[in-house]
Design a binder for this molecule. Structure first.
Ligand SMILES: NC(=O)c1ccc[n+]([C@@H]2O[C@H](COP(=O)([O-])OP(=O)(O)OC[C@H]3O[C@@H](n4cnc5c(N)ncnc54)[C@H](O)[C@@H]3O)[C@@H](O)[C@H]2O)c1
Length: 274
């Protein structure tokens, strides 16, 4: 289904690694809605991933950038404006990584240089992206910037480890920078707090299978998929949401407001009666 919601709009999409990536699905949906964009990812991820297939399919240009490098980001933003033929209307920051999670270090036994790397990649990079866009005055008025978060920013999910702190930092950056972007350039900045989703980053979290089944049982609408997230992001890039800013928007089938569901209760009752 296509509504032409992004016809004539230009953007930058970070973080499409493979076809499971939330950014991948978003790129496909943005393309269907008429938007044009540059795809970007860390140079190392490009070697591993299949981003060129996505670029071919969506008519996008690929420009590598490490999102923690100001130099790379400056080049990315100025080249994107040149390639797309004008200022930017939408940006998706779909980037996350914790070295402690990757290497199996628990929250109570972090290696702090890994912790610092994780927050730079997962949260600091969002500030850097916005600062470069802001300084280059590269965003069009009524443009929209979105980053992806997770509810561990507000509630305890032990195996999410230091990514919980990174997401809290990310959401705070969205509010703080969103103020200046709104005041000075009429640009909105939001985070989407997405359901657990089976992607490379998602499946890297210990106990992911249990976690995603639990969330599915708890949520009255079930988990939101990567495609659902892409659709929601399209709505936030469109002109239909121009006054939504500084928000952390839960996109999780209702999970975030649940206490317990019949399905979860039933699972415990079955266990007790077994
Ligand atoms: N999968 C989930 O369960 C889930 C739930 C909520 C939020 N999120 C968030 O969604 C976003 C996208 O993740 P995903 O689930 O699609 O997984 P993914 O692994 O497909 O995407 C993560 C991306 O981050 C990129 N990246 C890592 N370091 C980078 C760097 N230095 N510079 C530029 N890019 C870099 C990776 O190359 C990859 O493309 C992340 O912010 C993640 O935390 C995921």
């Amino acid at each position: 289904m296509s509504y032409g919601l992004l016809k004539g709009k230009r953007g930058i999409i970070f973080g499409a690694l493979d076809e499971n990536s939330i950014a991948w699905k978003t790129a496909e949906r943005v393309h269907e809605e008429g938007g044009s964009f540059v795809l970007t990812n860390a140079p190392i991820a490009m070697r591993m991933g299949t981003i060129n297939q996505l670029a071919e399919k969506t008519g996008a240009t690929v420009i590598p950038a490490d999102a923690t490098s100001i130099e790379d980001l400056e080049k990315l933003v100025s080249e994107s404006v040149a390639v797309l033929g004008g200022k930017i209307d939408f940006v998706l920051h779909s980037i996350g990584m914790s070295v402690n999670v990757r290497k199996g270090r628990s929250y109570t036994d972090q290696k702090y240089d890994w912790t610092a790397k994780g927050w730079d990649v997962s949260a600091g990079s969002f500030h850097k992206v916005m600062q470069v866009l802001y300084k280059q005055d590269a965003m069009n008025e009524w443009g929209s910037i979105v980053a992806l978060s997770y509810m561990a920013a507000q509630r305890v999910f032990p195996d999410y480890n230091d990514m919980a702190d990174n997401k809290a930092f990310l959401e705070s950056i969205a509010r703080s920078f969103g103020y200046f972007f709104g005041r000075d350039k009429n640009v909105r900045v939001n985070t989407i707090s997405q359901s657990p989703t089976p992607t490379t980053a998602g499946k890297g979290v210990k106990g992911f299978d249990g976690f995603i089944s639990y969330a599915e049982k708890m949520s009255p609408l079930g988990n939101a998929s990567a495609l659902d997230c892409a659709n929601y992001t399209v709505s936030l890039f469109s002109d239909l949401t121009q006054k939504v800013t500084l928000q952390n928007l839960f996109h999780d089938g209702g999970f975030s407001n649940m206490g317990v569901s019949d399905a979860v209760m039933q699972a415990f009752e079955d266990q007790q009666n077994a």
